[in-house]
Design a protein around this ligand. Sequence first.
Ligand code: PMP
Length: 329
Amino acid sequence: MLLPEIDFAYDEPDVGYQKVRLHFNENLFLPEEYYRAVAAPLEPWEVRYYTDPNNKKLAAAIERYLGLPQGSVVITAGADEGLRLAMQLAAHMGRGIVIVEPTYGMARVVARQVGLRPQIATYGGDLSLDVDGILKLGAGAVYLCSPNNPTAHLVKEVEELAAKFNGLVILDSAYAEFAGYWRPRFYEYGNVAEVRTFSKAWGLAGLRVGYVVAYGKLAEALRALSPPHPISSLSAKIVERALEVGRPYVERSVEEVKEVREWVLPQIQAEKFAGPVNFVTLKVQEAEGVAGLLEKRGFVVRVLGGKPLCPACIRFTLAPRPIMERFLQ
Ligand code: PMP
């Protein structure tokens, strides 16, 4: 059997839990009380049965919660599975995909996993997006992320792209709530699949729950590519509960993230990417070396190498102030 030669492995280091883990951008600001509140109603026998097909009950709860049209939410196992569904659809469409970089590394990985060979476009030095340049590439889909990981900026040109592009826009909005955007904004264009998650602002990364918001036939096409029971009954229940009782905690944590960000940023002299998110990306001379030194002191950060605009960077998650004080030292 001839296997494809492309490299689609995702190599994840196991960093151990005794270190302060600042490398994955989880929300580190939610109190134990929140987790106790959202996990409260679990009953052990609920795992006996499958969930309802496509987790439609949870999808409907999210639609009601966000005031979205019926059928517009497709539940996925984290935003990563949302990316996979959208990219699988792009693969079926057969006209390839453009990924705008620097961005979330999994975008390239997932594209390759579903058999796409992505074309790479890059943000300008001022982080602008050349929409016409992208259209000229002639692809059937574009992936972009806003606020973008790792540059943290809000992409200003999403509407222009959605309006001009006769193809699928995969908009990864994993961090949108940190920027104050609780409700998806672009799905009404009809060609935008907005990928969202409970892993970031909602602080539930371990549950693996995300969703894609899309309009009409696009939502139906994405649902058709989904497995029948994408998330567990326990995860669904906890997320339903988070929607009922969690918002005040999450909003407070988003506010605290902002306060810590505004306190941290002026203290960092290095050139940086910073925006309305819960992480900061710093340009450094030698990223591996800096990350190694930090790790010796108990902090795990993300090394970003070889990316456009960011040939050597480290990225760290913002954490509550006592941790950041030690980190900055
Ligand atoms: N998109 C972006 C931009 C991310 O940074 C991440 C998480 N690092 C994801 C998607 C994946 O999130 P999830 O845990 O929901 O799969």
